[in-house]
Structure formats: structure tokens, C-alpha cells
Design a protein around this ligand. Sequence first.
Ligand SMILES: Cc1ncc(COP(=O)(O)O)c(C=O)c1O
Length: 365
Amino acid sequence: MVKIETLTKPSIKLIEKYVPGGSYSNNDKKIIKLSSNESPFKIPNKVYSEGKSLIANSNFYPDGDSKILKDSLSKVFYLNSNKIICGNGSDDILSIISQTFSVENCEVICSEFGFTYYPIIARASGCKVVFAPTKDLGISCDNILKKINKRTKIIFFANPNNPTGTIIFKDELINFLNKVPKNIIVVLDGAYSEFITDKRYSDGIDLVDKYPNIIITRTFSKIFALAGLRLGWGYSNTRIIELLEKIRGPFNVNSIAQSIGSLILKEKDFFIKSVKHNDEWAKSLPSKINDLGLESYETFANFVLIKVNPLKYSKINIINYLKNKGILVRDLENYKLYDYFRVSIGSTKSLNKFLKELKNALKLK
Ligand SMILES: Cc1ncc(COP(=O)(O)O)c(C=O)c1O
């Protein structure tokens, strides 16, 4: 009998399946889900009500070019629509980039403690994955530069980084980009960009005209509260975008996501409310957690990283205690952050409940 495993690229064997944050079973509305960095807010009613008529037209394929969405993105972010590609979530765009720019025996650099989907798509494309060590849990541009060699084709990192919440400011980013050879594609994953109010940050969009080798990826899953619809986009120069457009699925973005996505972009009040809510909690949540006796860190995104000292507490008991109380947080075992877990910035009510139950969990030891 044929051994099916021998029919794939050898790198496929090294893939560890993506483990998502804990989720609802049976649509249990009482569960507080703080495990996947989703928005705590429902989209505005007037955007939601558009969905019905869109479903009625589901017998037709969507527009493969996602034109209305590109037009809205270009208006809202002041972009050239020919430099945009839309995808079925930003993970679709990341995967398309990997397929497009990998060659046989090439290497892809990812940061240690980075988004676990990058190694999956790199290996799926046949690449060898090289991990650059972090510095103080943050992405180290120097360590990434040290890993570059003749075989390097792509560098992936998220800024801010998931799951650590750390950031690389614009001056450091520019310094890094100046040192990366231009035949290496640098993917700046800005899944959490919109949450940042710090002026020292650049999402990289302003750098696309200067650096011919960078690609920005963005999502509607976080600030725009559309994780369930699956919608993301990428931004780069037209030569790169034309290549990516050839590789994407013919109708990779469904018609509902295209329309709802272009409507949510216009909801300025919703956007402002979401940033403000996140900002307030991002500033206060780490210290509230530290006050309880755990170690938490500054964050630039919509989640907080938490360290559990194994000499004092059992992380797994804490996570299970919270789960029994209906609160789902993200264990970071598969990120190899063995003493850590992550909590999303949910609604104020959810976070207050989380803090109350976390306190109770710590009493138990
Ligand atoms: C850094 C990072 N990039 C990309 C994604 C994927 O987002 P999307 O829902 O757009 O596929 C996530 C999701 O959590 C993420 O954390």
C-alpha cells in the first residue's frame, strides 16, 4: 500500500496543526471568550441589516477582484487600489505570499514566539523555517538579520507581535529594512495596527513606495469585529500585488464579507469607540493582573500576555478554573511559552469577571 506521507513535500511532515484559541461549543452564549483576540463589540445594526439581502443573492459568485472593498479601503486609508489584494482573512494573504515567493530549498525567517501560522504556510510551500530568537520577549531585528543567508526568501513578523503584544517602532523598522537585501520579501503583519495610537509606530504602509520588497497584511478580524466573516487584505507595490493576484483563489472573498467589510470601514464612531475601549484596558489590565500576584506586560494590541511563576502557581489549574467558570483564555504551550497564557481585551463586563475569577483561582494555588 502507498504510504500517503511519502507523497508530500518532506517539509509538510514538520507541520504542527494550527491550534486555535478555545471556542464555543453549542453556541453557548454564557461563555466569555477571551482566547482569540476578537472584538468585544457587535457590528452596528445598520451594517448588520445589509447582510440579509446579500444572502438572498448567494446563487451568484462574488466579484473575484473584490472591487467595492478595494475602493472603500483606498478611500478610508488613502491608498492606491491597484496596490491592494483582498483575502479570506489575512491568513489567506499570508499563505498566498508564501506560495508566491518560496522556491526549492529556500528559507523563511520567523521570530521565536511569533504567530504560529507563519511556519505552517512556509513549510506547506516547501521552505525550511528558521527561527530568530526574541529579546525580552520582543521581536529582535538584529537576531532576524543574523539569520539571513543566500537561501532566505521571506521574513514574516507581526507588529505588534502576537502573542507577546510587543512593538517595533518606526525608526527601528526603517533601520532594519535598510539592512535587509531587497531580494528578500519582508511581510509586516499589521493584524493589530489599528489599535495603536503611539505616534512612534508605522504600520509600514507609508514605506511601501520606498522599499520594493515589503508587503503589509491587515485584517478585519480584530478592530473591525468581522472575525467570523473572514476578511483580510494586503498592500504592496503593483508588481508584487499582480503576482499575488495570480495565485489567489478565483473567488477568495465571499460577497457578504466584501460588502459588510466596505460598510464597516465607514463606521467612524464604531472605530473610535473600539480604539478608546482597547486603549483604556490596555493601560490598566496589566497592572490589575500584577496586583493579583502574576506577571503581566505592557501591550500594544488587544490582548495581554501573562506569566505564571510555576513555583507559586499551576498555570493549567488557573486556566481550567477559569474554564469551569465559563471564561476561555489562551494557553501558550504551542507557542513554546510554557509559563504563559494570554487574555484578550474583551468587554468591560467580561474583563471584570475575568479579574474576579482569576483572583479566586490564585487563592486555590
Ligand atoms: C498576527 C496575526 N496575523 C494574522 C492573523 C490572522 O487573522 P485573520 O483572521 O485575518 O486570518 C492573526 C489572528 O489572530 C494574528 O494574530
